[in-house]
Write a protein that binds this ligand. Structure first.
Ligand code: 2P0
Length: 327
C-alpha cells in the first residue's frame, strides 16, 4: 500500500512598507535589513502537496502547468531542507493555484512560497509551528517569510536560519490601512528582484546607507503601526520606497523600475495630499504604484486616480489574514 502524507495551505501576498532590498546570505536568503509588510486580502495561493514513498522526484504544477526542472531549484531546496528537518525520505507532488491576478500588478512569489512552505511542513508535522514555517518559506523567497502572518508583519533579518523569521505586529483587524494598486504597465520587461537587489548590493556606493536607514526606520514603523498612526506609517513607507529606488539608480550599471506612468501616479499622490486627501505611495521591483490610504478615503482616492487611469488599472486591497491549513 502507498505510504502518503498530504498537506494543504492557503497564504496571502504582502506589500512591504519598509522594503527588503539585498541579501547578507544568498543561500539561506538572509536579508541585509529587517522589513515590515502588510498582508493583503483577496490575493492568495492555494497549495496541495502529496509526499509518497513511490515517487522518484519532486514535481510542481502551477495552475496545472508543470514547472520546468530548471526552475525547480529553490522549490527543491525548500523541500529538501524540510525533509531533513523531519527525517523523511519520500518525494512530493505539488499543485499550486495562484489567485493573484497578473492584472493586479502584485508579485505571487510571496504567497506561492508561503503556501508551499505551509503545505510541505503540515504534511510532515501536524503540529506545525508558524515561526518554523516562516523560516522555511524564506528559503523559497525572502518576502514569503512575511506572508505566514496576517495584518502587519516584521521580518527579523537574523544572522542564521534559526534567527531569521517573521512575526505579527498587529492583526488585520487592528490596522486601518488599505492599498490601491495603479497598474501602469503590465507587460514591461523587468529586472527580477533577486538580480536587481544583487546588482545593487554589489555596486551601489549608497548601499550601506540604505541598510542603516532601513534598520533605523524599523522601530519607528513598529510604534506607528501599534498606534495605528496612518500619517507616520505612510511617511515612513513612502521614504523607504523612494530610498530603495534611489539605490537602483546608484548601481553600476544603473537601472530603474520606474516607467513614465509611474511618475504620473506619484504626482497624483502628491496632488491628492495637497488637496487634503491623505495618501502615500509605495513601489516594488516593477513600475506599478501602490497607494496607501485609510478606509474612509478609499472611494475618494479611487475616484481621483480614475480621472487619469481606467477602472481595470485600479485594484483595491485591504488587510489580509495569515496562513490557513483548510479552505
Ligand atoms: C519587499 N521586494 O520587501 C521587496 C521590495 C521587492 C521590492 O521582496 O530573491 O521575490 O526571492 O528573496 O522576495 C521581492 O523579492 O526576492 C521583494 P528573493 P523576493 O517586498
Amino acid at each position: 500500500m502507498k505510504n502518503e502524507k498530504k498537506g494543504f495551505a492557503r497564504a496571502h501576498t504582502n506589500i512591504a512598507l519598509i522594503k527588503y532590498w539585498g541579501k547578507a546570505n544568498n543561500e539561506l536568503i538572509l536579508p541585509a535589513n529587517d522589513s515590515i509588510s502588510l498582508t493583503l486580502d483577496k490575493f492568495y495561493s492555494d497549495t496541495y502537496v502529496t509526499f509518497s514513498d513511490d515517487l522518484t522526484e519532486n514535481s510542481f504544477f502551477l495552475n496545472q502547468i508543470p514547472m520546468p526542472k530548471k526552475s525547480m531549484k529553490r522549490i527543491n531546496h525548500l523541500i529538501d531542507f524540510t525533509k531533513r528537518q523531519y527525517n523523511y525520505s519520500g518525494f512530493a507532488k505539488i499543485q499550486s493555484y495562484n489567485h493573484v491576478p497578473t492584472s493586479a500588478g502584485l508579485a505571487s512569489s510571496a504567497s506561492g512560497m508561503a503556501a508551499l512552505a505551509g503545505a510541505v511542513v503540515s504534511a510532515l508535522d501536524s503540529t506545525a509551528d508558524l515561526t518554523n514555517i516562516s523560516r522555511i518559506a524564506r528559503l523559497g523567497s525572502g518576502s514569503a517569510s512575511r506572508s505566514i502572518f496576517g495584518g502587519v508583519v516584521h521580518w527579523h533579518r537574523g544572522h542564521d536560519h534559526e534567527s531569521s523569521f517573521a512575526e505579527q505586529i498587529v492583526s488585520e483587524k487592528e490596522i486601518d490601512l488599505n492599498m490601491i494598486t495603479v497598474v501602469v504597465d503590465r507587460h514591461q520587461k523587468k529586472v527580477k528582484s533577486t538580480h536587481g537587489m544583487a546588482q545593487t548590493v554589489a555596486t551601489s556606493p549608497f548601499y550601506s546607507t540604505w541598510v542603516d536607514e532601513a534598520n533605523r526606520a524599523i522601530p519607528e514603523m513598529i510604534t506607528a503601526v501599534q498606534n495605528n498612526d496612518f500619517t507616520k506609517i505612510g511617511e515612513l513607507a513612502e521614504h523607504s520606497a523612494a530610498m530603495m529606488h534611489a539605490t537602483t539608480l546608484s548601481a553600476n550599471p544603473a537601472f530603474t523600475y520606474f516607467a513614465p506612468e509611474t511618475i504620473k501616479a506619484v504626482r497624483l499622490v502628491h496632488q491628492m495630499r495637497s488637496t487634503g486627501i491623505e495618501c502615500y505611495f509605495t513601489i516594488d521591483a516593477g513600475p506599478n504604484v501602490k497607494v496607501l490610504c485609510r478606509t474612509q478615503d478609499i472611494t475618494r482616492v479611487h475616484n481621483f486616480l480614475a480621472h487619469e487611469f481606467n477602472e481595470q488599472q485600479l485594484v483595491v486591497a485591504r488587510p489580509g489574514s495569515g496562513i490557513k491549513f483548510t479552505k
